[in-house]
Write a protein that binds this ligand. Structure first.
Ligand SMILES: Cc1cc2nc3c(=O)[nH]c(=O)nc-3n(C[C@H](O)[C@H](O)[C@H](O)COP(=O)(O)OP(=O)(O)OC[C@H]3O[C@@H](n4cnc5c(N)ncnc54)[C@H](O)[C@@H]3O)c2cc1C
Length: 284
């Protein structure tokens, strides 16, 4: 498994940008409209139940307050309806904080996850519940024919090769880390995993303009990864025919910049699809 594709540092659960990612899901498709709503509900109820429990420290899922600044007015009410609190900032408040150049500012209390900790916590839960982990490259899904009832394909960018899906492509991102994470960039179809000095300079320039108090802090790390984006993201079942027989597959990939946020929502849908396929197996 290549660990470079997955964001390893801190992520803001339920960012307002989620609208843009979800807008990519077919607007005209009633089923997807329904799922979009269900995904967000499932995501928020899962993460907020951890963040408000004794599991918060160990899981890295925490409540945090902060500011959202933008020149575009956030669309729709989805975000503010879910987060713990959401308040529009007055012009005076923005000026006092040196955020005056932004047209829109909001003070929010939401959830952030420290991804490294969160993955470790999740993996422990999986293993404690009897899950088995095997790490290897899968060359073809045909390897699983006759081996299992259903395969869940969540190989992200790997689906280009594994299931021949050229609609999934990389969106390169780079971040700079001191105590907080500074970012970032969105570079479609750029496969480079090499940290770019130009991107680091640009990220720091933008962050120092916003928060001059960051200047002089020690940079711990620069990190580059590839977001696996597909429009629309793919959560669906398929029966794939191979020479050696057929295989039931549930696909769950293409989450782009929101894979950690949406993971719990789309995984519950994928689990429903697995149950559907198992029921069909039982009837055969
Ligand atoms: C800089 C940056 C910032 C980000 N910030 C956020 C954020 O704030 N919030 C958020 O929600 N998301 C964020 N993301 C996006 C998030 O990391 C991705 O959406 C998420 O990791 C996608 O998860 P995934 O499991 O679908 O795919 P991946 O994380 O890409 O995992 C797919 C796995 O499948 C394995 N694989 C592929 N092909 C094969 C094969 N043939 N055989 C065996 N294994 C295979 C890969 O090695 C990989 O381990 C960010 C990403 C980047 C790069």
């Amino acid at each position: 498994m290549d660990q470079r594709s997955t964001f390893r540092v801190q992520t803001h659960i339920l960012k307002p940008k989620i609208y843009k990612n979800l807008a990519a899901v077919r607007e005209h498709d009633f089923k997807h409209q329904f799922w979009k709503w269900r995904w967000i509900q499932d995501v928020w109820s899962f993460y907020s139940s951890i963040a408000t429990s004794e599991q918060a420290g160990e899981s890295g899922v925490q409540i945090m307050s902060g500011y959202l600044l933008s020149d575009e007015e956030p669309q729709g009410r989805l975000y503010e309806d879910f987060v713990f609190s959401h308040r529009k900032m007055s012009r005076e408040e923005k000026d006092r904080l040196n955020f005056g150049k932004y047209k829109f500012g909001y003070h929010v209390t939401t959830i952030v996850a420290t991804v490294r900790k969160y993955y470790t916590w999740h993996m422990k839960r999986f293993l404690d519940n009897g899950g088995i982990l095997q790490q290897r490259k899968v060359h073809s899904l045909e390897e699983f024919v006759g081996q299992c009832d259903v395969v869940v394909n969540c190989t992200g960018l790997g689906s280009r090769e594994l299931v021949g899906d050229s609609a999934v492509h990389p969106v390169r991102g780079q971040v700079v880390r001191d105590v907080i994470v500074l970012g970032g960039c969105l570079q479609p179809n750029n496969y480079s995993l090499i940290n770019s000095k130009e991107d680091t300079v640009d990220i720091l320039k933008r962050c120092y303009e916003l928060l001059p108090s960051l200047k002089g802090s020690q940079i711990e790390d620069v990190w580059t990864g590839l977001r696996p984006l597909r429009t629309p993201l793919r959560v669906e079942k398929e029966i794939v025919e191979f020479q050696s027989g057929h295989l039931k597959v549930v696909h769950n990939y293409g989450h782009g910049a929101s894979g950690i946020t949406l993971s719990w929502g789309t995984s519950l849908e994928a689990a429903d699809l697995v149950r559907d396929m198992c029921r069909t197996t039982a009837k055969l």
